[in-house]
Design a binder for this molecule. Structure first.
Ligand code: PBG
Length: 333
């Protein structure tokens, strides 16, 4: 065995020197995360004075517009400037072709208009897919148990144009139909919305981690699963095909979803393409941490920023996350 002084003589390289105090650690920190990088998902329901907690996603609520306005104001004061809005649609308004998604009196579209009128400085992103409006709980039209691709595209386009008309900043197609980015881009352009962005859910996997979100929207598929349109979790090269198509079709940003289980996909897209890459830290990923923290098994205030910084380190420029408000509070304290 070597004596202590002998060890000291032969060891030139000691990575721990660069970790010896906070100043050095902070100076050489490679990845930084701020509220600027976060997009906060919010759930909107019709009516007044509603604030209904999502059981499987504690601390997150379905809001009616009046209370949501106050919530957004609170978030803006905490420094959050980007939001993604999802509608909770009453079962009676759902049908097989998602007609309500672009209806004249759609409360989601009206809310987009009100929110953007009250907070013109924020970035508001939408969701484009049939599932919140679909009596089948699928992202496309279902016929004889099949999800129809091309027949779904015109509905997605109508929904997108209606949202653009309402004043949305970024359209977020989450449906995974083939060709939808090009189809939506064309419809937006034809209607004069050449400045409306599209953030494509490019690599969206058929994941078990969307459970709490589907509880929130009451949008669990009535038959089958989403495996004929969302991607196989085992595949990475397919993500490249999807990303290449979205770029060609006119997407402004590419999203990977979920985030935590797909950090390698985020990294590969970041290395391969020049568009901004975003990642959706989905409901199930956040719910796992909420649950562990509630049981005292993990320290929320330490584990939460660690999860977020890992997504950033993998290569995400922006992160959609239910942690956004808690993270903003931490930054302010
Ligand atoms: C549906 C959609 C889903 C999510 C966002 N948009 C669920 C699904 O595909 O079934 C999930 C988000 C989350 O879990 O936080 N188009």
């Amino acid at each position: 065995m070597l004596l202590l002084f002998e060890v000291q003589e032969i060891m030139n390289i000691r990575p721990r020197r660069n970790r010896k105090n906070t100043v050095i650690r902070d100076m050489i920190q490679e990845t930084h995360l701020s509220v600027d990088h976060l997009i906060y998902p919010l759930f909107l329901m019709d009516g007044d004075n509603h604030k209904r907690e999502i059981d499987s996603l504690p601390g997150n609520y379905r809001w009616s517009l009046d209370l949501l306005m106050k919530e957004i104001s609170e978030c803006v004061n905490l420094g959050i400037r980007s939001f993604v809005l999802f509608p909770v649609i009453d079962e009676s308004l759902k049908d097989n072709i998602g007609t309500y998604s672009y209806a004249e009196d759609n409360f989601y579209l009206k809310a987009i208009y009100s929110i953007k009128s009250t907070f013109p400085e924020i970035m508001l992103m939408s969701d484009v897919a049939l599932d919140p409006y679909s009596s089948d709980g699928h992202d496309g039209i279902v016929k004889n148990g099949k999800i129809l691709n091309d027949e779904t595209l015109p509905i997605l386009a109508k929904m997108s144009v209606a949202q653009a008309q309402a004043g949305i900043d970024i359209i977020g197609p989450s449906d995974m139909m083939d060709g939808r980015i090009g189809y939506i881009r064309k419809a937006l352009n034809e209607n004069g919305f050449t400045d409306t962005n599209i953030m494509s859910y490019s690599a969206k996997y058929a994941s078990a981690f969307y459970g709490p979100f589907r509880d929130a929207l009451d949008s669990v598929p009535k038959i089958g699963d989403k495996k004929t349109y969302q991607m196989n979790p085992a595949n990475k090269r397919e993500a490249m095909i999807e990303a290449e198509l979205d770029i060609k079709e006119g997407a402004d940003a590419l999203m990977v979803k979920p985030a935590i289980c797909y950090l390698d996909v985020i990294h590969q897209l970041k290395m391969s393409f020049h568009l901004p890459i975003t990642a959706y830290n989905v409901s199930g990923e956040c719910a796992m941490l909420y649950a562990a923290a509630r049981n005292g098994w993990l320290d929320y205030n330490l584990a939460m920023p660690e999860m977020l910084i890992s997504i950033k380190r993998a290569g995400a420029d922006g992160i959609l996350t239910y942690f956004a408000k808690d993270f903003a509070k931490m930054m302010n304290s």
